[in-house]
Design a protein around this ligand. Structure first.
Ligand code: NAD
Ligand code: DAU
Length: 344
């Protein structure tokens, strides 16, 4: 039976990679992408599939019921996946209010459309950050949600809407909580693409605090296969951790990417910590529940990092217009200006 997937946030980093992955691996299915093309959304991320007859792009906001219901009226959607989010912690600290439209209200609107029109599955892409930080050990799905930034609080709010919908209306919801993801098409505001593109321009790399914060890194293709596994084999009403199992400090990751690029470590500029108390020290996930469904990450961290760095080296035409855009430069000046001054 062929399926029709509606991928909300499909022009963003993970959403676009998921669209590519799904069309490559499911020749019989159709994939529709709904995206507002915010600063982080980019039609260029979908170029490889743009002319594929199985693909269609719908512009619009997920919190707009007219847009969402309009798509449901003309398409027979079997699976709804929500990747759309305001996804950056630093931006959420500058503006902790507007993200609620997408990260909470938008989820509720999608859930309502799924309820009214009926879907086989509603997969909500969440994040390990909903758990907050952890000193030792690893989070399991049954742990409480204790988010510590406006972004992750919004993501926890979206999850709560999905959970309530499942209980109140039996909406067939499954949630994934992925760890720090890297790979091609990631907007150059997150640590890896920000530092790679800056190093390529011989600009300073603003490392927060001690650089000793730990993240569990996962290559984007592995995150996509984790989401696909939860979509196809996950139990309704359940959440699944999708962790890469690659814990590294920010300093280690930074040194590694400089070594790959053959750039000097003097580019590293330790700064104070713009996130302050809200800077989570460590994330770690126990992904045994998803492993039990047959999923495991297939990519070695060092090889995937090299591949990612190479992608940015070879795709300057993708990132150059972004880093030279007015909006991007304004964000960097506003957020990093006080720390980098002339070095900006
Ligand atoms: P991203 O910022 O690259 O992409 C988000 C996409 O959503 C963009 O294309 C944007 O235009 C779109 N969008 C934003 N608001 C919208 C709205 N109101 N209506 C329609 N589209 C809208 O984010 P990403 O890194 O690809 O993350 C995708 C999802 O995965 C998010 O939900 C995020 O919370 C989650 N996640 C990300 C990571 C990570 O490390 N990047 C890890 C775990 C979970
Ligand atoms: O854990 C999953 C989350 O990972 C996702 O939910 C988020 O969408 C995604 O943005 C990411 O959040 P982080 O805040 O962990 O990612 P970011 O790349 O912004 O930062 C990673 C670490 O690097 C963090 O400890 C802060 C640090 N950092 C980041 C930037 C941008 C720096 O030291 N300097 C920087 O300039």
């Amino acid at each position: 039976m062929s399926r029709t997937l509606l991928v909300a946030g499909g022009a963003g980093f993970i959403g676009a990679n998921f669209v590519h992955y799904w069309l490559e691996n499911h020749p019989e299915d159709r994939v529709l992408a709904l995206d507002a093309l915010t600063y982080a959304g980019n039609p260029a991320n979908l170029l490889p599939v743009w002319n594929d007859p199985r693909f269609r792009f719908y512009p619009g906001r997920i919190e707009d019921p007219t847009v969402v219901n309009g798509i449901f009226r003309v398409e027979k959607i079997t699976h709804l996946l929500n990747f759309a989010a305001e996804s950056h912690n630093d931006r959420s600290l500058l503006d902790p209010v507007s993200l609620i439209n997408t990260n909470v209200t938008g989820v509720a609107v999608l859930l309502e459309a799924a309820r009214q029109h009926g879907v086989e599955r509603f997969l909500h892409v969440s994040t390990d950050e909903v758990y907050g930080e952890i000193g030792a050990g690893a989070f399991r799905e049954s742990d409480p949600l204790e988010p510590r930034t406006p972004y992750s609080a919004g993501k926890a709010g979206g999850e709560m809407m999905a959970r309530a919908h499942r209980i109140a209306y039996q909406t067939p919801v499954v949630i994934t909580r992925g760890s720090n993801t890297f790979g091609p098409y990631q907007y150059p505001e997150k640590l890896l693409p920000f530092f790679i593109t800056r190093a390529l321009q011989n600009r300073k790399l603003p490392l927060y605090g001690s650089g000793q914060q730990v993240r569990d890194w996962i290559f984007v293709r592995d995150h996509c296969t984790g989401i696909a596994t939860a979509l196809e084999r996950g139990a309704t009403g359940e959440a699944y951790n999708v962790g890469g199992g690659n814990e590294r400090t920010n300093l280690e990751v930074t040194r590694r990417l400089l070594a790959i690029l053959q750039k000097p470590e003097t580019l590293i500029q330790p700064i104070g910590d713009p996130r302050g108390e809200a800077h989570d020290r460590r994330y770690a996930l126990d992904s045994a529940k998803l492993h039990a469904l047959g999923w495991k990450p297939a990519h070695d961290f060092d090889a995937a990092l090299e591949r990612t760095v190479r992608w940015y080296v070879e795709h300057e035409s993708w990132w150059r217009p972004i880093v030279e855009s007015e909006g991007y430069r304004a964000f960097v000046a506003r957020y990093y200006g006080p720390y980098l001054g002339e070095e900006l």
